[in-house]
Design a protein around this ligand. Structure first.
Ligand code: FAD
Length: 404
C-alpha cells in the first residue's frame, strides 16, 4: 500500500489512523489536522461541553502520547492540492506529503447565512471546539438568543442556552422541528418539551434580515413582518461537504465526494470517508451522504480493513442520537419513504418509540428515552430482520424474542 495520508483529523480521520494500527498496518500514517487542537469529539460541543465547565481535554479522543506511541504522524496543517500523478499532497506550508494511499476525511463546514448583517460578530455557528468554547463563554442568564434552524444542532444549542438561563427564540422555515430527519410524532413531542422549558419556537417563517446598532446584533426581522430582539444569533442551517480538494484534483463530486461501495473514489489510490463522502449503498440501493459519528467511524473501519487486506463493501447500519434538554432521542435505520408509523411505549411518560415501516418492512426506529428499543433496532435491522406493526405496538410483545 505504501504510506497512508489522511486529510482531516475529525471522527473519520482519527478512527482510520487508529484502526489501521489495530489491523497491524506498519507503514507510515500521516494524519493532517488543521484545527489547532488534538483530534476531538464533536457531539458534546452542543451538549455537555457547551453546558459544563470541563476543559478541552475532556473532548480529546486520545492524549498526545497516543500518536507518538502508535507512530501516527499528526501533522498540523491544511492540504491545498493533490497531485494524483505524482501521488503527493501539497500543504499550505509549502511542504509535500507522499502517499501510497490517500484518504479524504475532510468533513463538512457550516452553511453560512446570506442575509444582511450576517457577518456581525454576534452571529455565530457551531461546529468546532473554538466555536463551542466562545458560545459557552458568551451565554449568560437573561441574554436573548435567536437560533436560526430547528435541526439537531439548533435545538441542542437552544435547550442548553435555555438551561443556562437565556431567553431563546428558535426560527424554522419548515412546519415542524427536525422535519427532514424525524417523524411528525417525534417533532411534536420535542416541540412541546422545548415550549414547556420556555423556548419560543416559530415555525413556517424565516429570518429575512439581522438588525444591528451598527456593531452589535439587536434583533432579527422575520418573513411574516415580526421583529424579535436579540443579543446573539446562532445559525444552524446545515452544512456543506468539503469536496473542493477532490473536485480540483479531477475526482467526481456531486452532493459529496463520489465513492463506490468500497468507499473508493474514481482513483484507486484515493478513498473518501465520513461527512464528505457520497457513497454507493448496496444496503439501501442508491447513494447516501450521512452526517453522523456512526457513519464516520464505520467508514473508517471499512477502509482500514481494505488497506490491510480485508476488503468488504461498506454495509454499516445508520444510527444517531441527539440530547435535547433532559430527553434523549436515538434513531436507527433510514426512514426515508416510510408509509406507516407505529408507536410503542408511553408518550405521556416521555418514553416511547416510533417504528417506521415501508411496504410492511421495518426500516427504522426513533426512540425517546427508550434505549432498549434502540438497541433492539440496531440488532434487528443489522440482520435485516423485521417485526410486524402489531408486535411493535404491543408492549407485551417481547422484542428479544424476535432476535435470533
Ligand atoms: P469532521 O468531524 O468535520 O472532520 C473533518 C476534519 O477535516 C475537520 O477537522 C476539518 O477542519 C478538516 N479538514 C477539512 N479540510 C481540510 C484540509 N484541506 N486540510 C486539512 N484538514 C481539513 N453526530 C452524531 O452521530 N451524534 C451527535 O449527537 C452529533 N452531534 C453533533 C453536534 C455538533 C455540534 C456537530 C458539529 C456535529 C454533531 N454530529 C453528531 C455530527 C458528527 O460530529 C459528524 O458527523 C462527524 O464529526 C463527521 O466526522 P468527519 O471526520 O467526517 O468530519
Amino acid at each position: 500500500v505504501g504510506p497512508v495520508v489522511i486529510i482531516g483529523a475529525g471522527h473519520a480521520g482519527f478512527q482510520l489512523a487508529m484502526s489501521l494500527r489495530q489491523h497491524g498496518f506498519s507503514e507510515r500514517i500521516a494524519l493532517l489536522n488543521d484545527e489547532g487542537h488534538l483530534p476531538y469529539q464533536r457531539p458534546p460541543l452542543s451538549k455537555a461541553y457547551l453546558k459544563g465547565t470541563s476543559g478541552p481535554d475532556s473532548l480529546m479522543f486520545r492524549p498526545e502520547k497516543f500518536y507518538s506511541d502508535q507512530k501516527i504522524d499528526l501533522i498540523a496543517g491544511r492540504a491545498v492540492s493533490i497531485d494524483r500523478a505524482a501521488r503527493k499532497v501539497l500543504l499550505a506550508s509549502g511542504a509535500f506529503l507522499d502517499y501510497g494511499h490517500l484518504v479524504l476525511a475532510t468533513g463538512a463546514r457550516n452553511r453560512l447565512l446570506d442575509i444582511p448583517n450576517a457577518n456581525l460578530d454576534s452571529v455565530r455557528y457551531l461546529r468546532t471546539l473554538d466555536e463551542s468554547q466562545s458560545l459557552r463563554d458568551y451565554i449568560a442568564p437573561g441574554q436573548r438568543v435567536i437560533v436560526i434552524g430547528a435541526g439537531f444542532i439548533g435545538l441542542e444549542f437552544a435547550a442548553t442556552a435555555r438551561a443556562k438561563g437565556a431567553e431563546v427564540d428558535v426560527i424554522e422555515l419548515a412546519p415542524r422541528v427536525m422535519a427532514r430527519a424525524v417523524t411528525a410524532e417525534i417533532s411534536e413531542y420535542f416541540q412541546s418539551r422545548h415550549a414547556a422549558a420556555g423556548i419560543r419556537i416559530h415555525l413556517g417563517v424565516q429570518v429575512t434580515s439581522i438588525e444591528s446598532d451598527g456593531s452589535n446584533v439587536t434583533g432579527a426581522s422575520l418573513s411574516d413582518g415580526r421583529h424579535i430582539k436579540a443579543d446573539l444569533i446562532v445559525v444552524g442551517v446545515g452544512v456543506l461537504p468539503n469536496v473542493e480538494l477532490a473536485a480540483e484534483a479531477g475526482l467526481p463530486v456531486a452532493a459529496g465526494i463520489v465513492v463506490d461501495e468500497h468507499l473508493l473514489t474514481a482513483d484507486p489510490n484515493i478513498s473518501a470517508v465520513g461527512d464528505c463522502a457520497l457513497y454507493a449503498s448496496p444496503r439501501f440501493g442508491g447513494s447516501l451522504r450521512l452526517e453522523s459519528v456512526q457513519n464516520a467511524t464505520d467508514h473508517a473501519r471499512c477502509v482500514a480493513a481494505r488497506l490491510t487486506g480485508d476488503a468488504k463493501p461498506y454495509d454499516g447500519l445508520p444510527w444517531f442520537w441527539s440530547d435535547q434538554g433532559p430527553d434523549k432521542l436515538q434513531m436507527v435505520g433510514l426512514t426515508t419513504g416510510y408509509d406507516r408509523v407505529v408507536m410503542r411505549g408511553d408518550r405521556a411518560q416521555g418514553a416511547f418509540s416510533a417504528f417506521c415501516y415501508k411496504s410492511g418492512q421495518l426500516v427504522g426506529i426513533e426512540s425517546v428515552n427508550r434505549a432498549g428499543d434502540h438497541m433492539f433496532g440496531r440488532r434487528l435491522l443489522a440482520a435485516n430482520g423485521s417485526i410486524t406493526p402489531e408486535q411493535a405496538a404491543d408492549t407485551g410483545f417481547d422484542l428479544k424474542s424476535a432476535l435470533t
